[in-house]
Design a protein around this ligand. Sequence first.
Ligand SMILES: *Cc1c(COP(=O)(O)O)cnc(C)c1O
Length: 341
Amino acid sequence: MKIDLISDTVTRPTSGMLDAMMSAKVGDDVFKSDPTVTILQEKAADLFGMEDALFFPSGTMANQTAIKLHTQPGDKLFCDKWAHVYNYEGGGAAFNSGVSCRLIDGDRGMFTAEQLKDASAGRADIHVPFSRLVCVENTTNKGGGACWDFEELKKIKQVCLDQNLDYHLDGARLFNALVVKNETPKQYGGLFDTISICLSKGLGAPVGSILLGSKEHIAKALRIRKLFGGAMRQVGFLAAAGIYSLDNNINRLAEDHQKAKNIEQVLNSLSYIKKVEPVETNIIIFYVKDHLNADDFITSMAKKNILLTPMGDGKIRIVTHLDFSKEMLEKLVYELKVFKE
Ligand SMILES: *Cc1c(COP(=O)(O)O)cnc(C)c1O
């Protein structure tokens, strides 16, 4: 039994999802004639109470399209120093949009409205890049699945309104936050100019992300997606998986969170563990004690068929997901407990 905890992207479509994919009605989506894609986009827009939505092959392309549609070359965006849009999208903000990132030194990937105000002070000065966009991430990836306080997100919105900044949410794992905090997609839809969500993470689809926004923003996004090479033909087969994931796999995220909590408890009880970051959703970040090396620990777990990710600076990451069964959890707990320092 292989236990792959590298990411919540490792899931395979279930038979129910495969059935939905196989029976999808398709057409050429570049000519807007794929009915299944249209249903998915309308469903997502309705769910968030936003005007329009567009299907993308990846979350990176959805975020990069958002950055491009909100900015002009030479502009600047604000994000946390750990933001995915800055750290893990290949330098796309600079490459695709000619935009620089003003990094904010937040806590677990989250900053405050006050920090944003400080970072944007002196913005009228013609020497500094023009401030155009704020990007936040919920849940935070490098921050270990931490969830934002919605009140803080509202305060940041006020700064955006005062300073004429657009507001983008990288919601690759937004549904994890919604489930834990008992929040609704519409709350977020009402706050942000654009939102990206991933269907291929906790929701279990094999491919796909969605960008949500106003009619005007999505019309721009459609052109940019074409330019980026992301306009796809009979893609209703994949959209069908997305529809299935929204219909079936949101509330069950609570099971992934429960399993992550169990793992957190076990890790905290082990003598060779130095620290476990507080677990809020489905991501666990922990450190082994100094005399053990993180990479060696990961290698010895891999020999037991348990796959974990190194996150740099001695951090080790576990991500729970749809394909991580109760039986696998038991085996993981057993191997963690019998591990010899
Ligand atoms: C996974 C992820 C993305 C997008 O990733 P893709 O692999 O391109 O789909 C964007 N933001 C965050 C926070 C992520 O975790």
